[in-house]
Design a protein around this ligand. Sequence first.
Ligand code: BGC
Length: 805
Amino acid sequence: MPMFSDYDSADSEHTWVMAFDGYDPQDEGHREGLFAVGNGYFVTRAAAIEATADEIHYPGTYRAGLYNRLVSQVNGETVENESLVNLPNWLALTFRIDGGDWFSIDQVEILSYQQSLHLRSGVLRREIQFRDRDGRQTKLHEHRFVSMAQPHLAGLHLELIAENWSGELEIRSAIDGRVINNNVKRYEPYNKQHLEPIATGTLEPAGIWLNTRTSQSRVELGLAARTQVLVDGAAVESTRTIEQEKAQIGECIRVHVNRGAVIAIEKIAALYTSRDPAIACCIEASQEVVLTAPSFTDLLNASKHAWERLWMRCDLEFEPVEYLRIARLHIFHILQTFSPHTADLDAGLPARGWHGEGYRGHIFWDEVFVLPFLIYRFPAIAREILLYRYRRLNAARALAHQQGYRGAMYPWRSASTGGEETPRFQFNLLSGHWTPDHTQLQRHISAIVAHTVWEYYIITNDIMFLCDYGAELLIEVARFWVSFATYHPEFERYEILGVMGPDEYHTGYPNATTSGINNNSYTNLMAVWTLCRAQEVLDLLPASRRRELYHWLKLSQEEIDYWDTVSRKMRVVFDENGSLSQYEGFDRLQELDWQQFDHERINWVLEAKGDDVNRYQVAKQADLAMLFFLFSKAEIEALLQRLGYTFDLNQMQQTLAYHLQRTSHESSLSRFVYAGALSQLELEKSWQLFTQSLITDVSGASSDEVKSGIHLGAMAGTLYVLQHHYLGLKVNRGRIYLNPSFPTSINHLRVSLQLQSNDFQIEKIGDRLNVAAASTNQSSVSIIYHGEMVDLQPGISLSFALNNV
Ligand code: BGC
């Protein structure tokens, strides 16, 4: 178990710093992912600077949206995978004394060790006191950042104190391009070499550079670094030698050190790619910027300043205070993955951040959990995430077409092109078997793409976005749903067959020869929802744009009438007891004997025993609970009423309780979904699930997983629950709806929001909810508090009693 400690250094506030006391090689991979630093352009794992990849350490740097395809032979077949590429290691820096061993944290006697992540400033620190095998005692203080001010720069500062020795100190600072993608054990059988070296060289007066390219996507990379050494604050006589190969370059700097001396080593590195805007040549850009960059301190100050600006926009206050720090960590990682620096990179929102190679850096549906946080604070960034999808609308059309459907069918896993990136097989580490991967049957992802477009619109009121992109996307997804649905004459209803819901355990019916399950309630209702929005969006467009779209998409009234028909006649399956069924036949599956499992990888365990998870009533994650997470009770009732079904509160409670009991929560996208879904029904249960979800990545429980990247969806999902469920916030075209439902444990919550040109602060203190409009607001806004409408003028604060509700 990792030591997860409080950090009480004088210069840091408790809720802004996360720290680990003591070095734990077993937990190192987890800490590397959790404490990675980045700026939305690139992210560098919190790996030890002196380490190369081995069983314990994994230095990794990833640039947002930079993928490469490789062909591999696995399971007797030729397969292709596109992966986020691990880039040359700019951290590489170590030292030795009097020709002894090069420093390695694993080879010295550690006297004290602390690693801390400073959320407010974006700085990672490591403080070590150690003794080498010759009894030399040294203190090492390391600071590292990836600049939030200048997205191509990063800095490293090392202070060494020669506590009881004098001697020749040799420092080796390198850019190591010999790296491969080797962060995920399960991908062992695949090809991992993504980089092809081009050249290395030196800079005048000092510095090194490395030029390389990805093998298939042909993206060139330019990295450059300069390293400076000061002894007791002054430049001293030193010798510099260069070690140069085609795929790595290093410089060795030798200085004499007297007992008690303080040696400061500062390394500034730059990274550019040939896909970056506003440059002519990436290698030249990296060389120039590294030579002209100011000192470490100045760069760091600029980066802190940029972080301050981001925090001004998106900080929150939250009590109990022990959770505030984690909530801030979640915001921190959202911003490191997607910041204003990501905006021009055509990157999607990756499930695991740019923090590791889990899921090969692919884009799934996780943006649905992250976008709402961004829309209220950085609408321009949120828009870019949607544009990633819009730019791949033709690819989604092609996918639909290939399979005989109309409209746009978004892939379950997407990377550069928007083609389907779901692998054909998965390797079960428990059984050693390759098993087919059917997850691309999660057609519900297209509805989520439509949903995020709609959310963006109703919160920002950005009608031009709808005109230019959003309406077309929504309509094409609606077209897909009607062509995908089949009519069942006996039921006189439409059905959606052969899919998978969000629960990835169920890939088909037991012993069936074809894959997929039928009438997943979540998928069917999301399809209905999309069809309704596609009709609504047409009414919202200005007449000229509507006419244009009819023409461009060859739309007819007949087609729209058909959407309406399908949206009123979709089949939804209920269990005998009146609960919504996860899918047709789920309730007839066998009950699982939970005693035999520890809730982890149940599908793998069963497969290893020659059994099949498809036979059991067990879900990997929230499935139909997603409906209750995304929509209010009233919205779900309205959807079902449209279809001619009645659904009351009892059925809702029963449905959630039934499925919660049968969910393993193996996916991190589960507990917080239930926490949100239960917020109006069972608050204390909701809070329990929320707090469990909050610590998904910080606790040791998911240590192995975080090694290959953070769980961005889960991190953002907890913020979603705070904002949308406990605070009960919904904004719809200029109106603010508040339906708070706070667990008793939340004493205080404050969030700030930006809606068009108006700023608001919403704060729960004790049993009051205060909503304040900034005096600079341009207009008044309607607040609908539990159904009661009040007008909020600029500069005014309203206070509502929470207990009276
Ligand atoms: C979950 C998916 C999720 C993916 C990436 C999987 O384990 O089942 O719902 O999108 O991880 O986060």
